[in-house]
Design a protein around this ligand. Structure first.
Ligand code: ASP
Length: 406
């Protein structure tokens, strides 16, 4: 169809009118539940548990009238700067080539802007780098060498992110387990063959040998058991944080070193707007930690915000996203034991929830951190009772713990 300039203007005007109508319609929830309209009476911050120590400084930004994304950055740069948090920033566990590559993204509710970076080397505060992409470019996402160059151009210092401790844990992985990697069909593939459960007695023996090797590699005695566990059960960590003030302005961000021993260049959910983090000023915010590959496929953070828009409570909205992941595995619990996921959810009226796939052990339940004038950790609501097992699956531990046989 040929469209004249006059016709184009008429079409565009009609388009704008219907767009205006649609936007108005979005304020009404599509289902029975009502989306509360009033902002909270006091500011609230919610984060993954590793944000706990930094919540006060984020809260101080909010109580002094600062921007909600600045408050979030005050929280998440804490673990980025901490060499002992090996899931984020400096000291993050490296990829299979022993290189630390970081991912982050952020969303600013009041301006509805977003920024993201992925697979960035030698820059510590990638959360701030994602904010710089948002504020100083017309783009939303930069990756790899380009993101790094942009960071250096913006004045971010070049830093060696690989600590001695993380390098030694990588060596332990390389010598003992690096044949169990991310290559080959993944857990989600129909071609994936679950590990043989019959070798579980070798597991203890393997732990002992790895402990001996850890000693030879010079890993300090008090960290040896933890180092072995990091190799056998590569940790998920990451930090997501969302903040809202009394005006109802809301922002969120996520930063991570991603999964340990990943293939170089792999980007998980954390830098993906709509997966690792999502904010809609009209509804609320959500963010994730856990197996990024699974979260990307359900667009977890976006799904949760849309669920709240349709009237679900934060907890219902998060549980629904977790169930979508389970559905993707047809409810196969033999596979689900390897999948972990936590969501941190904050609605625009200040209602919040932390939900997780697995509850964790009774002595170490999954928690998340909150500050609403009082700083605390709260236990997350779990879909399944028990602990997940780290990925990739190792033959020697490919068996369900009794409490996980559902
Ligand atoms: N979600 C992160 C990723 O997949 C990892 C994590 O949360 O620990 O990169």
């Amino acid at each position: 169809m040929k469209v004249s300039r006059r016709g184009f203007i008429a079409t565009t005007a009609a388009g704008s009118a219907s767009l205006a109508l649609d936007l108005k319609g979005q304020d009404k929830p599509a289902t029975t539940g009502a989306l509360p309209g009033n902002p909270p009476k006091k500011p609230i911050i919610i984060s993954a548990h590793n944000g706990y120590n930094y919540l006060d400084r984020g809260y101080a930004v909010l109580t002094s009238g600062g921007d909600t994304l600045d408050a979030v950055m005050q929280v998440i740069t804490g673990p980025e700067d901490d060499p002992n948090d090996d899931s984020v920033g400096l000291g993050g566990l490296p990829n299979e080539d022993c290189v630390v590559q970081l991912d982050a993204c952020c969303m600013h509710g009041p301006t509805r802007m977003a920024g993201a970076v992925a697979a960035v080397e030698e820059i510590k505060n990638v959360s701030l780098l994602s904010k710089a992409v948002m504020e100083h470019t017309g783009h939303v996402m930069l990756v790899g060498a380009g993101a790094q160059k942009f960071g250096f151009d913006m004045g971010f210092p070049r830093i060696n992110l690989l600590t001695e401790r993380s390098r030694k844990v990588w060596l332990l992985w390389k010598e003992t387990m690096s044949n169990k990697d991310w290559w080959g069909p993944g857990l989600a593939s129909p071609k994936y063959v679950l590990p043989d459960a019959s070798h579980s007695e070798l597991y203890e023996e393997r732990i002992q040998k790895m402990g001996e090797l850890a000693a030879k590699l010079g890993i300090e005695p008090e960290f040896r058991a933890a180092a072995v566990q990091r190799v056998l059960r590569p940790p998920t960590g990451t930090i997501n944080c969302s903040a809202i003030n009394e005006k109802g302005e809301i922002s969120g961000a996520t930063t991570t070193s991603g999964l340990a021993w990943k293939i170089s260049g792999r980007a998980g959910d954390s830098p993906i707007i709509g997966a690792g983090c999502y904010v809609d000023q009209d509804v609320g915010a959500a963010g994730a930690t856990g197996n990024g590959e699974e979260n990307i496929k359900v667009c977890g953070a976006h799904t949760i915000v849309e669920n709240m828009r349709r009237g679900m409570s934060p907890q219902e909205a998060g549980m629904d996203a977790l169930k979508r992941i389970v559905r993707n595995f047809n409810g196969d619990m033999a596979k689900m034991q390897y999948v972990d996921m936590s969501y941190y959810i904050l609605r625009k009226d200040g209602a919040y929830a932390g939900v997780c796939m697995w509850s964790g052990g009774p002595e170490h339940p999954r928690t998340f951190s909150v500050h609403d004038g009082t700083k605390r950790n709260e236990v997350a609501v779990a879909l399944f009772q028990g602990k997940s097992i780290g990925w990739p699956p190792m033959p020697e531990r490919g068996h369900l713990a009794p409490e996980q046989k559902k």
